[in-house]
Design a protein around this ligand. Structure first.
Ligand code: BGC
Length: 388
């Protein structure tokens, strides 16, 4: 496949695929405004610069129904996601910031691509093929979301599609980065179709044995970002067990049936219904911050469904991954000033992070997260939007 390389607004862009797409064609995208049309379903615009002066761009994927998803190549973050309610009224349903700057500092992983290992690794260490690896302790005694300089803190190379609402992001993580072995190349493709499905394909290869667990950390509020808590949303999780945790949120190794507990979301249930129940697991998490073991057989299928009764907006999450972390924004506390000046209080958003189980590198009984040279990590998650 031939690849044209074009430098547009100072950032190197790799135009995807088609032999006929030339530098000149890419530059005709220039318009008086800073928004460049790359194809009828895709635009790009400058979004700011990193502290070391690298340009970051925001790509907007649109579909025939008017949905629009803004994704930047810093951290592969979903910055905006406009979805219609039952009357066709659009709201931005993900939490985030208007500008690049707050994303550069410490923030709750709003919309980010998380890696190399999403979620926690207990004691910030693991043993692979007899060798012990040490990771940053950035969450008490544990390593959370791949360490300090994790994938959400990187500028990813971009290959926009010349014809579709689709971008491919790539990041090469050096051998030993954040303590993980192996040079790992991660490729993540976001695409939006006319069925209102935002599809995320994750792929990775490594030159040495390593561990990998990639996810997206969007915080959703189907009533619109900043418009109150998510406690009235109705949630279904297609998983009949969880992986209970200790006080530092590391799984004990047990798989616990949800039946008869506040973790039973096998039927649509208000998120707030039992969130304050007298339950040790909920106390450890300050709410829901747990991994569900999905019931599906491993092919792309429904993991969860959330519905906002007020607006009618529905989000269905499909994945081929074995687990999903349901997190209710328990650590949001009003210090984050989000888009349009909205203040994000506790439980103003929820995450459904499709993934392998937390601490799998230290849990031989959990599905393996080991990636070896010659092996291909490939997984898909779909966020499907509708209204009723
Ligand atoms: C974790 C939470 C954490 C949040 C933001 C979630 O995936 O489970 O404990 O606070 O990410 O880092």
């Amino acid at each position: 496949m031939s690849r044209s390389i074009a430098s547009v607004v100072g950032f190197t862009v790799f135009l995807m695929g088609l032999p006929g797409v030339s530098l000149a064609a890419a530059q005709t995208a220039k318009s008086p405004s800073s928004v460049k049309k790359l194809n009828p379903r895709l635009t790009m615009q400058p979004f700011g610069k990193t502290h070391d002066g690298r340009e970051v761009d925001l790509y907007t994927l649109t579909n025939q129904n008017g949905m629009a998803v803004g994704i930047m190549n810093y951290g592969g973050v979903i910055v905006t996601l406009k979805a219609p309610d039952r009357h066709g009224k659009f709201e931005d349903v993900v939490l985030g910031y208007d500008k690049l700057d707050p994303y550069l500092g410490k923030n709750p992983y709003f919309g980010a691509l998380v890696g190399r290992y999403a979620n926690r690794i207990g004691g910030a260490k693991f043993t692979l093929d007899g060798k012990e690896y040490h990771l940053p302790k950035n969450d008490g005694p544990n390593c959370l979301h791949g360490g300090i300089n994790n994938f959400s803190k990187q500028v990813w190379a971009v290959k926009p599609s010349p014809t579709e609402a689709k971008i491919e992001l790539q990041y090469v993580s050096a051998d030993g980065e954040e303590g993980f072995p192996g040079k790992m190349t991660a490729t993540v493709t976001y695409s939006l179709d006319d069925k209102n499905e935002l599809r995320i394909d994750y792929a990775a290869v490594s030159d040495k044995p390593t561990v990998v667990n990639l996810t997206n950390h969007s915080y959703f509020n189907l009533a619109g970002q900043g418009n109150g808590t998510i406690l009235n949303h109705l949630l279904t999780i297609y998983g009949s067990k969880t992986t209970p945790v200790d006080a530092t949120l590391i799984p004990t190794g047990e798989l616990k049936p949800v039946a008869g507990t506040p973790f039973d979301f096998t039927k649509p249930t208000r998120i707030g219904e039992r969130i304050n129940a007298d339950d040790q697991q909920l106390k450890f998490g300050r709410g829901y911050d747990h991994n569900w073991v999905l019931d599906h057989s491993g092919s792309l299928s429904l993991a969860a469904r959330a519905e906002d009764p007020g607006s009618g907006r529905v989000l269905e999450v499909l994945t081929d991954q074995p687990g999903v972390q349901f997190y209710t924004g328990n650590f949001l506390d009003g210090t984050d000033h989000g888009k349009g000046g909205k203040v994000y209080q506790q439980r103003y958003g929820f995450c459904l992070e499709t993934q392998h189980f937390p601490d799998s590198p230290n849990k031989p009984s959990f599905p393996s997260v080991v990636l070896r040279p010659g092996g291909h990590y490939h997984t898909t998650t779909v966020f499907r939007f509708s209204a009723k």
